[in-house]
Design a protein around this ligand. Structure first.
Ligand code: NDP
Length: 491
């Protein structure tokens, strides 16, 4: 693939070839500076059809379908090495497109390599089952790929999300058509380039860039797509779920969140406040697991608010490539407008803005989509900013009286992705973790993640679990085989 400049039209990857679509393009903008990074090719239904058809043929090639697990694992390891070798290039793609600070982009590129390594190991070691038989036959369960998987990713952490979908889908023997967000397309293209250079057969991983309503829609509606893996907002996920239901194909949906972060009076307040601050402001709050609703036991509310104000006001908002920047811009100007609308709604509903709520005034940030870390108190659990996902650096703080009150408030949400509990009482931690309706619970920590632990949400936060062994099964369908040991033996 050619190197890019602001004027370059970046091509997409179909059938191992770089395909440009002059005249059918969109801008990719750097949210820290407002400048156009490059123009990107946009796939229409015809290019999507070519990508899916290509993937379908590639998936059914015997050399790919029957590849021995240790050889498939070797290929995934080679991709992991390729990612590691180009970690800085991948990190730069992400930083220039969603504005995350450099250290976080680099860490996410490293995590993408680790994900490929993990699924290489899973691919080589995961077993099929011999199940208990009820007669003179051998009964077995084996796991087969679906064929073509459509993988659709959002803009907040594209490097990790793309690895989390592509690595297990390939490990399971599928071919993939990847559609990254229009905001962050180039990391996916570089992943495609790395995979090709690592020896992945052409057509097994295709990357189509373009707008969700055109490229994404054509992809999910394509009759040869046999499974959809989507991460993004709940409204888009619901629409994709409906389209998949019409076609009776499975979907994995990793969606939004409004995670309760809970601080009991007996907690180590200093550690808890640090955890709360990282849990909401890291990545400019654009994280599906951001702890955006903070419930504080009333007797320590004032002290916690004081500490939070100091921390939020002390966060260094800056250009993502400057070494001491702790928080970059919102990922796009449209997204900053969206965040600001929620802050205004909090004001309108009587919320008190204790920190932030405005754009930083440093001249070097004036052209970017920056917004200060924002802390809001005084809202009810029914306020719009408390109920809806803002996906920005906005923390709403609410008091609670006791465990019953806390559980009622924390679970009073349509979402159920993650939660965090800080307390010195291990029995209380256990009771609360048991009652929280979320797919993940952190106790005296927050945002710790492991590729081995299944990840996904309750309620409107999604369907299915990525990561871990279940993250591989997501991309496989089981086949039961009954094999008679006695030809005359019929039931
Ligand atoms: P969107 O739902 O808007 O978009 C996600 C992806 O879907 C993008 O690639 C988008 O393309 C594409 N898309 C949009 N419309 C369609 C359509 N009709 N058919 C097919 N594809 C479509 O989410 P965002 O990109 O705004 O991401 C933010 C959301 O993602 C947040 O709500 C967040 O909570 C959630 N998220 C969830 C995570 C989880 O694991 N649970 C992790 C990270 C984020 P395009 O960009 O071109 O519009």
């Amino acid at each position: 693939m050619s190197q890019t400049t602001a004027q370059t039209l970046k091509p997409m990857l179909i059938q191992g070839e770089w395909v440009s679509t002059p005249g059918q393009e969109f801008d990719v903008v750097n949210p820290a500076t407002g400048t156009v990074n490059y123009r990107m090719s946009a796939a229409d239904a015809q290019q999507v059809d070519l990508a899916v058809t290509t993937a379908h043929h590639a998936a059914h090639q015997l050399a790919w379908r029957n590849m021995l697990p240790h050889l498939r694992a070797r290929l995934l390891m080679a991709i992991a090495d390729g990612i590691e070798a180009r970690k800085e290039d991948l990190a730069r793609c992400q930083m220039l497109e969603n504005g995350k600070v450099w250290s976080e982009c680099l860490a996410q590129a490293g995590s993408a390599a680790a994900t490929f390594r993990y699924y290489a190991a899973v691919c080589e070691t995961m077993v099929s089952e011999v199940t208990p038989s009820r007669g003179a036959y051998l009964s077995m369960t084996r796991y087969e790929p679906y064929g073509v998987v459509a993988a659709i990713t959002p803009w907040n952490s594209p490097l990790t999300m793309e690895a989390q979908k592509v690595a297990p889908a390939l490990a399971a023997g599928n071919a993939v058509v990847l559609k990254p967000s229009e905001v962050t397309p180039s990391g996916a293209l570089l992943l495609g380039e790395i995979a090709l250079a690592s020896g992945l057969p052409a057509g097994i991983l295709n990357v189509v860039t373009g707008l969700g309503g055109v490229t994404g829609k054509a992809l999910i509606e394509h009759p040869l797509v046999r499974m959809i893996s989507f991460t993004g907002g709940t409204a888009t996920g619901r629409a994709i779920g409906v389209a998949a239901a019409q076609r009776l194909i499975p979907t994995a949906l990793e969606l939004g969140g409004k995670s309760p972060h809970i601080l009991f009076a007996d907690a180590n307040l200093s550690a808890a406040v640090d955890g709360v601050v990282d849990g909401i402001y890291e990545g400019t709050g654009q994280s599906c697991v951001a702890g955006s609703r903070l419930f504080v036991q009333r007797q320590v509310l004032d002290e916690v608010l004081d500490r939070l104000m100091q921390k939020a006001n002390g966060i260094r908002v800056g250009l993502p490539d400057v070494a001491d920047s702790e928080m970059g811009p919102a990922a796009s100007f449209a997204h900053r407008d969206h965040i600001e609308r929620y802050i205004q709604s909090a004001r309108d509903e009587g919320g008190e803005i204790l920190a932030g709520g405005y754009r930083p005034d440093a001249p070097e940030l004036a052209q970017g989509a920056f917004i200060r870390p924002t802390l809001i108190a005084g809202l009810s659990n029914q306020a719009k900013a408390v109920r809806e996902e803002i996906f920005g650096p906005v923390l709403c703080v609410l008091p609670f009286e006791d465990e019953d009150d806390l559980i009622a408030q924390a679970n009073d949400t349509t979402y159920g992705l993650a939660s965090g509990v800080w307390t010195a009482d291990y029995q209380k931690a256990w009771r609360v973790a048991d009652k929280l309706q979320t797919g993940l619970v952190w106790i005296n920590t927050y945002k710790q993640l492991s590729i081995s632990t299944p990840f996904g949400g309750y309620k409107d936060s999604g369907l299915g679990r990525e990561k871990g062994l279940s993250g591989m099964r997501l991309y496989q369908q089981s086949k039961g085989i009954y094999w008679s040991m006695n030809p005359n033996n019929m039931p």
